[in-house]
Write a protein that binds this ligand. Sequence first.
Ligand SMILES: CC(C)(COP(=O)(O)OP(=O)(O)OC[C@H]1O[C@@H](n2cnc3c(N)ncnc32)[C@H](O)[C@@H]1OP(=O)(O)O)[C@@H](O)C(=O)NCCC(=O)NCCS
Length: 180
Amino acid sequence: MVPSPLEGERIRLRAHEPEDVDRAMLWLNDPEVRQFLGRQYPFSRKEAGERLLVAPSFNAALFAIVRKEDGLLIGDCGLFDASPENRGATLGIQIGDKTCWEGGYGTDTMRTLCRFGFDVMNLHRIDLHALASNERAIHVYEKVGLQREAVLREAMFRFGRYHDIVVMGLLRGELVEGPR
Ligand SMILES: CC(C)(COP(=O)(O)OP(=O)(O)OC[C@H]1O[C@@H](n2cnc3c(N)ncnc32)[C@H](O)[C@@H]1OP(=O)(O)O)[C@@H](O)C(=O)NCCC(=O)NCCS
């Protein structure tokens, strides 16, 4: 059987379905999940549907993250702003179900999504922005091979003060595979 490029050890990536929207609303407006993410304005259910129910493509490769053992939707991830000339894209990830944090799902999702980016989308480079205080996320990114490339000083206003943003990048061939 041909292995699916969307299968990890513990998670599987798939397109969103209409019935995912209600569950995704649980975390799209959860301040604890959103504190490290860019957008702070609330999502309506209509807007959440419009954002999630888009067929993944080179222009916006957004995926639902589901747990393999039971098919439970636990978050979303994607590769955005892909450039056909430069072969680069920007990665986003959220394990929205907080009960799943620290279960290895983020690491597995990162590896699966980056493999998809390199092997299927034929990317050369994947990058992302992380709030400097998001130590868990940065730990996961470094574990799978992303390098700290720059710091955008005081680039994000959050919790009443400015925070640094870390720019991280991964080139084709640098992905670190392995157990959690
Ligand atoms: C960041 C996120 C994707 C990580 O996913 P996860 O499933 O919780 O991560 P994993 O279980 O795969 O790995 C967590 C790792 O971080 C480590 N960790 C936890 N807290 C940490 C901290 N404060 N500092 C450093 N490392 C930490 C764990 O020990 C574990 O490392 P290990 O596997 O080497 O022991 C997830 O927590 C999440 O979506 N958070 C909310 C949204 C978010 O921050 N998105 C990223 C925006 S840039």
